[in-house]
Design a protein around this ligand. Structure first.
Ligand SMILES: CC(C)(COP(=O)(O)OP(=O)(O)OC[C@H]1O[C@@H](n2cnc3c(N)ncnc32)[C@H](O)[C@@H]1OP(=O)(O)O)[C@@H](O)C(=O)NCCC(=O)NCCS
Length: 189
């Protein structure tokens, strides 16, 4: 396995969309019902092109997969980013967006939209993307990070030193909600 973490680009968007669907259906099925997942894929989960435009969204690619569906010869196996904007979660289609800028001196940067392909889970790829995000947010002056974690993401972020702050529910329509957990971590430096 040779994983390269690089910034995501606009040309990755179609493959990122496929990756997000595969990740949600393959890895979240133990935490949410099929109805919740399909509804969340329509209304919440998706590519946030603002993060790509900001240069704060990363793609993890496996560079040694022969014959794989490719972006320049490599397979996209994970993605995730951070944000200097107020929106806590959600792709372009999510209604609850707030794109105004955060103040690094006062506010927590947001960890956003982490998705690893099920066939590549538990190999440290999420952790590699998170490290890239933490380093970049720190370099931009942020001393604290927060996210709205899916129930699937909670053990991952807990393992990375994030504390659970509060439970929340994202309305999905049709009477369904998506339980999430707001988590956060302050940098030690
Ligand atoms: C959350 C997610 C991104 C983690 O990606 P990953 O590449 O599998 O994570 P890593 O391999 O870097 O895991 C690092 C550590 O986190 C913890 N962890 C990760 N997934 C876990 C799980 N399902 N159960 C328990 N602990 C887990 C473990 O301590 C793991 O270390 P280990 O494998 O040596 O035990 C991935 O599960 C995913 O894409 N889930 C579906 C989409 C989603 O819900 N994303 C979160 C959005 S907030």
């Amino acid at each position: 396995m040779t994983i390269r973490i690089r910034l995501a680009e606009a040309c990755d968007i179609p493959m990122l969309g496929e990756l997000i669907e595969a990740s949600v259906r393959g890895l979240q099925a133990g935490d949410y019902s099929a109805a919740q997942l399909e509804s969340a894929l329509r209304t919440v989960y998706g590519v946030d092109t603002q993060l790509i435009a900001d240069g704060t969204y990363f793609a993890a690619e496996e560079t040694e997969v022969a014959g794989a569906k490719s972006s320049g010869g490599a397979l996209l196996v994970g993605c995730g980013g951070w944000s200097k904007r107020k929106t806590l979660f959600g792709g372009d289609q999510f209604a609850g967006r707030e794109d105004s800028l955060l103040d690094p001196a006062r506010d927590a940067a947001k960890i956003r939209a982490f998705f690893v392909h099920p066939a590549w889970a538990r190999r440290g790829i999420g952790g590699m993307i998170l490290e890239a995000c933490e380093a970049a947010a720190g370099a931009a002056g942020f001393r604290r990070l927060e996210m709205g974690a899916t129930l699937t993401g909670v053990p991952f972020y807990r393992a990375k030193g994030y504390a659970e702050l509060e439970a929340a529910e994202v309305p999905l329509g049709d009477g369904l909600t998506l339980p999430i957990v707001v988590m956060g971590k302050s940098s030690s430096g």
